[in-house]
Design a protein around this ligand. Structure first.
Ligand SMILES: NC(=O)c1ccc[n+]([C@@H]2O[C@H](COP(=O)([O-])OP(=O)(O)OC[C@H]3O[C@@H](n4cnc5c(N)ncnc54)[C@H](O)[C@@H]3O)[C@@H](O)[C@H]2O)c1
Length: 256
């Protein structure tokens, strides 16, 4: 695909989970396309590495150590965008964690609370804060949620992961049906299949029943983070202006 340079010129974007994997790739590609990027992640070390890489390549970026599960952190990162760059045009809600494919009966309250906080409540609160800024801007804004095929099917994650990603899909559709149609904020989501990132290293002790269900779903190809970032660039840009409430599956045909 031929990518026009500067497709995100003059846009200000927040990318959560920007320290690794797809968030890193999205942040890099946003900066490459001319966006000013707020790099938000809980991991300061990896944030510094990504920041250095982007700025050395001539991109514009600012770091925000952010725990997406913390409401104060969310408000602070939204404020940082407008204080630093004067607007907020794109929120890429990307940070997320997995749950060892844990089946419902084995889900502890702690696991449930943690995964919902990071994968659903955090993105919801970030979207809420972002919308309240974007709605006041002349050109509105765009929300790009990184969901998962786990948000469309039953056995691509454990119970909580599946619930959280289905919730994120629902959030996307609701924002699209309200602000996308009658306000100034479009929302779309990406539903990646398997992508080669550091998330695989967090799968430490697969639940037997969840693992069995995953195995029955079969193996799919493993994507590169920049294959997902390409979609996030398109969804963040004005080229996707007629897309609203779409959940775009990008899994190399895994679930076809
Ligand atoms: N890799 C896959 O196969 C795959 C498939 C479908 C969907 N996804 C989704 O893509 C998104 C990105 O995942 P990835 O595969 O790039 O993973 P990754 O582990 O490589 O990167 C995730 C990043 O999120 C950060 N993070 C974790 N908890 C956070 C928190 N509380 N606050 C802020 N940052 C936090 C981590 O520090 C890390 O930098 C996730 O939402 C994930 O659910 C991944």
């Amino acid at each position: 695909m031929y990518l026009m340079p500067n497709r995100l010129k003059d846009k200000v974007a927040i990318v959560t989970g920007a320290g690794s994997g797809m968030g890193k790739a999205i942040a890099e590609d946003y900066a490459k396309e001319g966006a000013k990027v707020i790099l938000a992640d809980i991991n300061e070390d990896t944030l510094n590495e990504v920041h250095q890489e982007i700025t050395e390549a001539g991109g514009q970026a600012t770091i925000s150590v952010t725990n997406i599960a913390n409401e104060n952190d969310i408000d602070a990162v939204i404020k940082l965008a407008t204080d630093t760059y004067g607007s907020l045009d794109i929120l890429a809600n990307n940070a997320g964690i997995m749950d060892n494919f844990t089946a419902v009966g084995n889900v502890s309250n702690d696991l449930y609370d943690k995964v919902i906080a990071v994968n659903l409540t955090g993105p919801f609160k970030a979207a809420r804060s972002a919308i309240n800024v974007m709605e006041k801007q002349k050109n509105g804004g765009v929300i790009v949620n990184n969901a998962s095929v786990g948000g469309l099917f039953g056995a691509r994650g454990g119970a909580v992961y599946t619930i959280s990603k289905h919730g994120l899909v629902g959030l996307t559709k609701n924002i699209a049906a309200t602000y996308g149609r009658f306000g100034k904020v479009r929302a779309n989501a990406i539903a990646p299949g398997g992508v080669n990132t550091n998330i695989q290293s967090t799968i430490t002790n697969v639940d037997p029943l969840g693992g069995q269900a995953l195995q029955a779903a079969g193996e799919g190809p493993l994507g590169d983070p920049h294959q997902i970032a390409a979609l996030a660039v398109f969804l963040g840009s004005d080229e996707s202006s007629f897309l609203n409430g779409d959940i775009i599956k990008a899994d190399g045909g895994w679930t076809v």
